[in-house]
Design a protein around this ligand. Structure first.
Ligand code: GLC
Length: 535
């Protein structure tokens, strides 16, 4: 078995960490109102810890009118009573720390709720207001009285909403109920330093920064270039079709946005453990070089790389997505197959076996792996029913197929009708049971999806600190091989078994499918081979 090399250079805890994403509404409901809560997370820490994860990222639990299920925040320092209170939060932090896990708070700096006191004050002050007006982005109408430019909101319609009292428009990248903050105003920056300090004081170990690429807009507000219409039939969840008609040149990922993170980082205190708070950005960008800018020294620690959340089950395409990071930023892309905005990988890729095989390669990439709740159970998408749809994408834009509800159904803890999630009707319908059943059923079955994930993560914990940050990815027909020091991952992306290419002396540490002929790599199977002596 591999052991940690005594000469290994110390590396930050998050380098090859597994970070479990809790979508708070759907993990576990402790108080019988049909919605998950912080006490529910505490109640399920045995499950989370037994998986072998290093940290937990919890989606927003702040007071919110809930138009975007918590991503429309009306008090960045508070806790919505539906989810608990400061005392519950402190207990969660203590429990996590006692169990050797860290906590990441999901902060939403790009926008507030329209009910936030800052926005209410900006409205009350009117167009000449000097205190809070400039916390937001206001503009006069265009010559024809319409919106100041052609920017579109991700959830449908113009990105500008008319405010009749002051006769100005305000900007919102998402819903009209989520006005964008003006990060060019130094007072907004100072507010955020204080908000992050508050959560660090309460015990947070770091932050997941919502739409980190979105914070600055071009100050002249130029029109975005219009794109050629595409046949966007099969769009990934997260943004409505109509919002895909423009190139996002002036409203996201401005050149100077990365400087904000240098400045912010310099102001943050250390965590309770005496560490620099870990900053993970949600950077929804297609060009990896643009993502890398967020990682240059002193900016973010890690940036989410949107590639493996949409790649088909195909060796060549997977190889391309895995080769993306440059050596300079290797180890700092945040890898994931899914989250609360995307389709479930077992559905998207066609089976839980395929999802696990792909995860076995993605996990081995240098950098943190973000494991979304339910992925460990092989959960599949909720079939969206127009009468029960909750996501504003489905409700307001009518795009059921882009709805994010698909990945947000409650966790099936047991096989009973309420699935052990809540004693009440859940806020969102239960999805179909995963192929291997509920968490309780899977726990008792050695070869269940859950237990295969657990053995993968146990193996990973023993191996990761011995590995370099450089990787080589090759593919030939349906076989993909990823090599990282002594670890070689092989995956069969085809539908026929292949001979397993085992280098001399290599030991098979883990296989994604139970049993089988050791000399064969079955369809949709991944194997981890350990090659002693390789660095
Ligand atoms: C992020 C969140 C998503 C939210 C959006 C606006 O992409 O993950 O759920 O709707 O930002 O805050």
């Amino acid at each position: 078995m591999p052991t940690r090399s005594p000469t290994a250079t110390p590396r930050p805890w998050w380098r090859d960490a597994v970070i479990y994403e809790v979508y708070i509404r759907s993990l576990a409901d402790s108080d019988g109102d049909g919605t998950g809560d912080l006490q529910g997370v505490i109640d399920r820490l045995d499950h989370i810890q037994a998986l072998g994860v290093d940290a937990v990222w919890i989606t927003p639990f702040f007071p919110s009118p809930g138009h975007d299920h918590g991503y429309d925040v009306s008090d960045f320092r508070g806790i919505d009573p539906a989810f608990g209170d400061t005392d519950t939060f402190r207990r969660l932090v203590d429990e996590l720390h006692e169990r050797g896990m860290r906590l990441l708070v999901d902060v939403v700096p790009n926008h507030t709720s329209h009910e936030h006191p800052w926005f209410q004050a900006a409205l009350a002050e009117g167009r000449d207001g000097v205190d809070y007006r400039d916390y937001y982005l206001w503009a006069d109408p265009a010559g024809d009285g319409g919106p100041p430019n052609n920017w579109l909101a991700n959830f449908g319609g113009s990105a500008w909403t008319w405010e009749p009292e002051s006769e100005q428009y305000y900007l919102h990248a998402y819903l009209p109920e989520q006005p964008d903050l003006n990060w060019r105003n130094p007072r907004v920056f100072e507010e955020w330093v204080a908000i992050l300090e508050h959560w660090i004081e309460l015990g947070a170990d770091g932050f997941r920064i919502d739409v980190a690429h979105n914070l600055l807009k071009h100050p002249d507000l130029p029109d975005n270039p219009v794109l050629e219409p595409t046949r966007a039939e099969n769009v990934p969840a997260g943004r409505v079709r109509s919002a895909r008609g423009l190139a996002r040149v002036y409203d996201v990922d401005q050149d100077d946005v990365v400087d904000l993170y240098t400045q912010l980082r310099a102001r943050l205190p250390r965590t309770h453990a005496g560490e620099d708070p870990f900053l993970l950005g949600e950077t929804v960008l297609e060009n990896p070089e643009r993502v890398e800018r967020y990682l240059e020294s002193g900016r973010l620690d890690a940036a989410m790389w949107f590639g493996t959340d949409r790649v088909p089950f195909d060796a060549a395409e997977v190889a391309q997505v895995l080769r993306t990071p440059s050596p300079d930023t290797a180890g700092r892309f945040g890898w994931f197959l899914s989250n609360h905005d995307r389709a479930r990988p077992a559905s998207r890729l066609g089976s839980a076996d395929r999802a696990l095989a792909l995860s076995a390669a993605v996990l081995a990439m240098p950098g943190p792996y973000l494991l979304y709740q339910g992925e460990e159970l092989g959960m599949i998408d909720l079939e969206i029913d127009p009468s029960t749809a909750r996501d504003p994408i489905a409700l307001r834009a009518g795009e059921l197929d882009a709805s994010r509800d698909r990945a947000r159904s409650p966790i099936p803890w047991t096989d009973e009708p309420g699935r052990g999630f809540s004693s009440a009707e859940p806020w969102l319908a239960h999805g179909p049971l995963p192929e291997h059943g509920s968490a309780a059923t899977q726990r008792g079955n050695d070869t269940s999806h859950l237990n295969r994930w657990r053995s993968l993560l146990t193996t990973w914990a023993r191996l990761r600190d011995t590995l370099p940050v450089s990787t080589a990815v090759d593919h030939h027909d349906d076989l993909l091989t990823l090599t990282r020091g002594a670890l070689a991952v092989q995956i069969n992306f085809g539908t026929e078994a292949l001979p397993l290419k085992r280098p001399a002396g290599a030991e098979a540490l883990w296989r994604s499918q139970p049993g089988g002929d050791p000399a064969t790599l079955r369809a949709a199977e991944a194997v981890w081979l350990y090659r002693p002596g390789e660095q």
